[in-house]
Design a protein around this ligand. Structure first.
Ligand code: MET
Ligand code: ZN
Length: 764
């Protein structure tokens, strides 16, 4: 019989219970016991729901209060010294690592976060060195397995594999320059052996060991480590199902198929082409193949016919007992359930599947492959065929004007009129900025009042006019605040925006929205990605009135603020019937019109944020050029329509930009701001090494933590930065927008930042 499986489930809870509970705990409004209880309730609901949808292999241990990589670090005693000896409970140490802590005499910044592969989820980066003393402090997978068992639900524990854990980590400060985290594998393995043998002793039948780094090019060099590690683990472990996702295994399958594993999971949504290769490699073995046919990364209903074809091929090669139907990855990246969506039309609802609906899909496909005679299964198949046909019909309706406009884009539309050096001079005259101009990344604190006003407007409890008034007052307050603090390029603060992508999606044609489609970005921060369903166009200016209102309040330059085409695309659920390139081009043309309109309205500094450009980079290097080609081009298409006097900015965060350095240069933005405050200076050295020619504002402090950086700290940072970046190219700004911060810390931090910039001016 073909079994069904789900690799992981959203943690937020159907009604955002976990977000609320965690934030209440942080705010001192709930106890640790309250939090533990909320977590247990959500786990119970998830397991029960999966069981009710007839999923055979239900995950446990994948739940997290903040991040699953952080969970492993906490359990493995990978706790940097700065978080110990502070007299904090283990739970508070855990949260301090995730988000920093500044209270009652304790002042520690958060650990670094990084994007989880090519998703918008961020994990907390383990810090490793020879001094790391791995110890199994607790066995989370076992605890949750037993918890489910107590509820009468049998589960398959999920853990992050040892090699991925190390590769995703970084060298701690004390480690020598050439230190490779993966060199710690022999020291880490005993911990995994203990963890796995405890699972086995508890009666666990099989365990899901995630090794997502196996889809990366560099994994080819780790073949020996994989062979020795899994040989050791297999001897003490329950049966191991090795899971890979988000891309293809390519030649790595050659060594993977020789590992002593019971099962292998591959992603057939992202990489359907790998099936033949993998089947051939594992056919002579006993390995069970888990087919990731239901997308864990998008929300379109699965096309059963396609999934069945893949499934039948696998069954023909391996037999029913060696095939599992699964989600392509954890469902962490999808919302919990369509059932909470009250505003989608029945037609739209019929297009989508969220996590719980996807669970039903894997179960149905598995039943179909097992030759089920159940009439409900047959009916589900019929219904799927009908839905898919209807969606295909809808997809064929296109907006001809938009398609024609994309086709008629000319090459001069991609380039500014003059080269950067000329523009820099023109802008210097036009803007009259001091040396080391200070600015922010755009958003100011999204206070409760702002969220309330928006909610009230949504429920028609206040009128449009009242809302406008409210937003105007907010903008005015933000402008006055920035003048008082002494910033040089001001922003309007983005109070009118719920989210930097959703806000634009709501005003563009071609998008639909969910009410409750929350997806975790980091910690307790969740976003509701819009869904692109058809051709994209702009009906009217989107930001001009707010920006020009803000500009009318001050003599200082007001920066217009837009989200770039690649980021809108990457942070939405894209269509799967046309290319990402085409969707990005359509977005770029809409934004180009907006940029030109802003300039016409007297806005001389325009920032087009592309924080997600790096995250959209394909995981396999062979695919990079194609992506970077259109990603950079579409950014340029969006921004290049202005005169030399207009200063374009762009912003990037959370990435290893070294990889895409030449593409960042090719964007040709006049100023870029980058997040790097938590990484080391390596990134800036890359810019130096390659001779980045335009202006740059390396984030001088970390906004993802409530912690206030001291003036001294910022000066130190400026000093180091200035040893690498020429003074006349340097801007001074935080590393990202301030929307998640409170006013108090914002005021303190920005004042320190401005003071540090003034100090730098004197010295320079
Ligand atoms: C994730 S990047 C955020 C950029 C946006 N302009 C903001 O400030 O918040
Ligand atoms: Zn950012």
């Amino acid at each position: 019989m073909v079994l069904s499986s789900v690799l992981g489930f959203p943690r937020i809870g159907a009604n955002r219970e976990i977000k609320k509970a965690v934030e209440a705990y942080w705010g001192g409004k709930a106890t640790a016991e309250d939090l533990t209880k909320a977590a247990a309730d959500v786990r119970k609901a998830s397991w029960t729901n999966l069981k009710n949808r007839h999923v055979d292999l239900i995950p446990s241990g994948d739940f997290s209060l903040y991040d699953h990589v952080l969970d492993h670090s906490a359990a493995f005693n990978v706790i940097p010294r700065r978080y110990t000896g502070l007299d904090l409970s283990p739970l508070d140490v855990y949260f301090a690592m995730g988000r920093g802590r500044q209270a009652a005499g304790v002042d520690v910044p958060a650990c670094e976060m990084k994007k989880w592969f090519d998703s918008n989820y961020h994990y907390v980066v383990p810090e490793l060195s020879e001094q790391t003393e791995f110890k199994l402090l607790f066995n989370k997978a076992l605890q949750e397995y037993n918890e489910a068992k107590g509820l009468g639900i049998s589960t398959r524990p999920v853990i992050l594999g040892p090699i991925s854990y190390l590769v995703l980590g970084k060298a701690a400060k004390e480690a020598p320059a050439n230190f490779q985290p993966v060199s710690l594998l022999p020291k880490l393995l005993p911990v995994y052996k203990q963890l796995l043998s405890e699972l086995k002793a508890a009666g666990v039948d099989s365990v899901q060991v995630d090794e997502p780094v196996l889809v990366l090019d560099d994994a080819a060099k780790l073949d020996k480590q994989y062979a020795s590690a899994f040989a050791e683990l297999a001897s003490v472990s329950p049966r191991i199902v090795l899971t890979t996702y988000f891309a293809r295994l390519d030649s790595n399958i050659n060594f993977i198929s020789k590992l002593p594993i019971a099962g292998l999971h591959i992603d057939l949504v992202r990489a359907p082409g790998q099936l033949d290769n993998v089947l051939e490699a594992i056919k002579p073995t006993n390995i069970v193949l888990s087919l990731g046919v239901v997308s864990g990364r998008n929300i379109w209903k699965c096309d059963f016919a396609t999934a069945l074809k893949q499934g039948q091929k696998a069954v023909a090669a391996l037999g029913e007992d060696r095939v599992i139907v699964a989600t392509s990855s954890s469902l962490l990246h999808t919302p919990v359930t369509l059932a909470s969506e009250k505003k989608l039309t029945p037609e739209q609802k019929d297009w989508f599947s969220f996590a719980l609906e996807k669970a039903a899909e894997v179960a149905t496909i598995a039943a179909l492959l097992s030759g089920s005679q159940d009439s409900k299964i047959a009916a589900a198949y019929e219904a799927n065929i009908a839905s898919i046909a209807k969606r295909r019909e809808f997809e064929h309706t296109s907006d001809d004007a938009v398609r024609k406009r994309v086709a008629s884009v000319t090459s001069d539309m991609y380039n500014r009129r003059s080269p950067f050096a000329t523009r820099k001079e023109t802008q210097a005259k036009h803007l009259d900025l001091p040396k080391f101009p200070t600015t922010t990344i755009g958003s100011f604190p999204q206070t409760k009042e702002i969220r309330n006003a928006r909610a009230k407007l949504g429920k028609s409890e206040i009128t449009e006019a009242e809302y406008e008034d409210f937003i105007k007052k907010e903008i005015e307050a933000v402008v006055r605040f920035q003048e008082k603090i002494g910033l040089d390029i001001l922003v309007h603060g983005e109070p009118e925006r719920n989210d930097m992508v959703q806000y634009f999606g709501e005003q563009l044609n071609g998008f639909v929205f969910t009410q409750n489609g929350w997806v975790q970005s980091y910690g307790s921060r969740y976003v509701r990605p819009p869904i692109i369903v058809s051709d994209v166009s702009r009906s009217a200016p989107m930001t001009v009135r707010w920006s020009s209102y803000a500009q009318s309040l001050t003599k200082k330059p007001m920066k217009g603020m837009l989200t770039g085409p690649v980021t809108i695309l990457n942070w939405s659920f894209p269509r799967d019937d046309v290319s990402r390139k085409l969707q990005s081009q359509q977005l770029a043309l809409a934004l180009r019109d907006e940029v030109i309109d802003l300039e016409k309205a007297g806005i001389s500094v325009i920032q087009v944020d592309e924080p997600a450009i790096r995250e959209g980079l394909p995981l396999r290097r062979a695919d990079w050029n194609e992506y970077l080609g259109w990603a950079v081009d579409t950014f340029k298409l969006a921004t290049a329509g202005v005169t030399d006097a207009t200063q374009t900015h762009s912003h990037f965060c959370y990435s290893d930009f070294g990889d895409i350095f030449t593409s960042i240069q090719r964007l040709d933005a006049d100023v870029i701001s980058i997040e790097f405050s938590k990484s080391d200076m390596k990134l800036l050295r890359t810019f130096q090494q390659f001779g980045y020619s335009n202006q740059i504002g390396p984030g001088v402090y970390d906004i993802h933590s409530p912690r206030v950086p001291s003036e001294e700290e910022i000066k130190e940072r400026l000093k180091t930065t200035l040893s690498i970046i020429p003074a006349d190219l340097m801007f001074v700004n935080p590393d990202c927008g301030l929307k998640t911060r409170g006013w108090k810390e914002t005021e303190a931090s920005l004042s320190n930042m401005v003071a540090a910039a003034r100090w730098a001016r004197q010295g320079a």
